[in-house]
Write a protein that binds this ligand. Structure first.
Ligand SMILES: [Zn+2]
Length: 319
C-alpha cells in the first residue's frame, strides 16, 4: 500500500504473565501493523520475572508461528511482511533486571530484546529517571552500558529517563538513539514528555522520536487521531519527517497497569495515577495515515513516519 510500506509500533504492553496470552496481537495484525516491540519488564521486575515472561512469550509466539515471528534480524522482518506474518521483538523498560552485569545485554539481546531504556521513571544504578531526584545523569555503569548496547546492537531508548541522562547517553552513543514512546513537552507539559532540545539532539544522532498514544502525554487526555497527528506534525516541523515514528504504548490490560501503579508509588506518582487512563488504540493506525494525507504529507513522508524510520534504525544498529 503506498504510504505504508511497513507499519511499525515501537512499544506495546501485554500482560506480564507466566501463562502468556498474546492473542490480542490479532488486533494489531488486523489493523495492518507489521512490526511491534513488546515490553517484557520494567525496573521493578526481578530478573527471574523478566526471564519467565520472555520464556512464556517466546513459547506463545512459537505456538502461533503461522501468524507471528520473533525476529532476530531485519531480514526476518522482510520475510515476515512477505509471508503475511507479524514481526515481533521485545523491549525492556529499565536496566535493573540486568543486575549491574554488562554481560546480560547480549544475553537478553539473543533472547529477543532489541531495545532498552536505562531507567524507568525513578533513578537507578545506571541513570536518572524522568521522575527522579536532581536530574541525575549517567553513572559510570550507565556509560559502560551504553557502550555495551552499541557493541551488541541493542537500540538505546531514552524514554522515561531524566533530561541529563538522555543528553549523557546521546553524547556517548556511537549509534543513533530513539525516544521510542515520548511526546513533545511543548504540546503537553508532563514530566514524561521531552523538550525540543532533547528532540533535536536525538534527531542529530540520526535517531527517531516515537509518538506516544497515552492521553495524559498527548494533553487533556485527548486520544483522538487528530491529536496524535498534531504531535507528529510538531516533531516533523522541528526535525523533519525522517526522525518521527510511532510508539503507541497501548495497554492491553489496564487493570494490570493500575495494580502496578498502586503497588509502586515511588515509580508512578499518585497525582499522575489519578487521571483516568486513556489510550490511542492500534485500530487507529490506518486513521493516522488518512489524517496525514489530509494534511498533504507526501507518500514518502508518510512511509517514513509509519515505519521506515524505525526500520532504518534497526538496520543500522542491530548486529
Ligand atoms: Zn513506557
Amino acid at each position: 500500500m503506498p504510504g505504508a510500506t511497513i507499519i511499525w509500533d515501537a512499544h506495546a504492553c501485554f500482560p506480564l504473565r507466566f501463562d502468556a496470552d498474546l492473542s490480542d496481537l490479532q488486533r494489531y495484525k488486523q489493523a495492518g501493523i507489521h512490526y511491534t516491540s513488546i515490553n517484557v519488564g520494567m525496573d521493578y521486575n526481578s530478573i527471574e520475572e523478566v526471564l519467565r515472561v520472555i520464556a512464556n512469550f517466546r513459547y506463545w509466539i512459537a505456538q502461533h508461528a503461522s501468524d507471528y515471528i520473533l525476529v532476530q534480524s531485519t531480514a526476518d522482518i522482510s520475510d515476515a511482511v512477505a509471508n503475511n506474518k507479524m514481526a515481533l521483538s521485545f523491549d525492556l523498560e529499565g536496566s535493573v533486571p540486568l543486575m549491574n552485569d554488562l554481560h546480560m545485554v547480549s544475553c537478553f539481546y539473543n533472547l529477543g530484546v532489541k531495545q532498552m531504556l536505562l531507567a524507568y521513571n525513578a533513578d537507578n544504578s545506571a541513570a536518572g529517571g524522568c521522575w527522579g531526584k536532581d536530574n541525575l545523569g549517567l553513572s559510570h555503569f550507565g556509560c559502560e552500558l551504553v557502550q555495551e548496547m552499541n557493541r551488541v546492537g541493542m537500540v538505546l531508548d531514552l524514554s522515561h529517563m531524566s533530561v541529563a541522562a538522555s543528553f549523557d547517553a546521546i553524547d556517548i552513543s556511537t549509534q543513533p538513539v530513539v525516544f521510542s514512546h515520548s511526546n513533545p513537552k511543548s504540546l503537553a507539559d508532563h514530566p514524561r514528555n521531552i523538550t525540543d532540545e532533547q528532540i533535536e539532539a536525538c534527531a542529530k544522532t540520526g535517531g527517531v522520536i516515537g509518538i506516544n498514544g497515552i492521553g495524559r502525554f498527548l494533553g487533556n487526555n485527548d486520544t483522538s487521531t487528530q491529536r496524535v497527528v498534531e504531535h507528529i506534525d510538531y516533531v516533523v516541523n522541528l526535525v523533519g519527517d525522517e526522525h518521527v515514528g510511532i510508539g503507541l504504548d497501548y495497554q492491553i490490560d489496564i487493570d494490570e497497569l493500575l495494580a502496578y501503579k498502586k503497588a509502586h508509588p515511588e515509580i508512578y506518582p499518585p497525582e499522575d495515577s489519578a487521571v483516568e487512563p486513556r489510550y490511542v488504540a492500534p485500530e487507529q493506525f490506518p486513521e493516522i495515515i488518512v489524517e496525514l494525507r489530509a494534511r498533504h504529507y507526501s507518500e514518502i513522508a508518510i512511509a517514513n513516519i509509519m515505519g521506515e524510520n524505525f526500520l532504518r534504525i534497526a538496520k543500522q544498529v542491530w548486529q
